[in-house]
Design a protein around this ligand. Structure first.
Ligand code: ZN
Length: 194
């Protein structure tokens, strides 16, 4: 994501961003913009950053998902969250797979890697992508990814097959199930523009 794309993003100026229970918002006054967070008392917005490079750095540290870049941007954001949450052994086991179909014979989100459609299989080094066993780091990661989409996955240590709509996209998250070809060792995040 470039700073130019950040500036152009209408969403950036209107959204409130979440880190744990902390709300963030981007506000604009005239030509100046700034990033604020809601203080603990929950009544005042405290200034986080005002300079562009500070804002950019602050945003990069939030477990946020943005629609900048469309479906591909969303799945890349989801991986960033997983990587930050689960550590350096978290990796993209599979992304773009032209021609791939789902176990039910439908066209997979893995057939795209652009603004309209994209997918990532997020794995953990040393664990089999299909059979696992599930890495605790990915339990934490799926919780963080869910939270960024406003979903509650509890402790992440259970089977998740979740399809939902978010900001004009159909999102699918699959974790800890032997179904659909095996998701015991990776988190599937698939996104398609609706
Ligand atoms: Zn997948």
């Amino acid at each position: 994501m470039t700073l130019g794309e950040l500036r152009k993003s209408r969403e950036l100026h209107e959204s409130r961003r979440y880190r744990a229970n902390v709300k963030y918002k981007r506000a604009r006054k005239g030509s100046a913009s700034a990033l604020y967070w809601l203080t603990q008392r929950g009544k005042e917005w405290g200034l986080v950053a005002r300079r562009q490079h500070q804002i950019k750095r602050a945003l990069a540290q939030l477990p946020q998902i943005s629609t900048i870049g469309g479906a591909k941007g969303i799945v890349d954001n989801a991986f960033s969250i997983a990587h930050r949450t689960g550590g350096n052994r978290v990796y993209v086991g599979s992304g773009y797979r032209p021609g791939s179909t789902t176990t039910s014979g439908n066209v997979s989100d893995h057939t795209g890697n652009d603004a309209a459609k994209a997918a990532r299989d997020i794995g953990y080094q040393g664990r089999d992508l299909l059979t696992g066993p599930p890495a605790p780091e990915l339990d934490h990661a799926v919780v963080a990814i869910g939270k960024a989409f406003g979903r509650d996955y509890g402790d992440g240590k259970h089977s998740i097959v979740d399809t939902f709509y978010w900001r004009g996209y159909r999102v699918q998250i699959i974790w800890r199930t032997p179904a659909f070809g095996g998701h015991m060792g990776h988190i599937h995040v698939g996104v398609k523009r609706t």
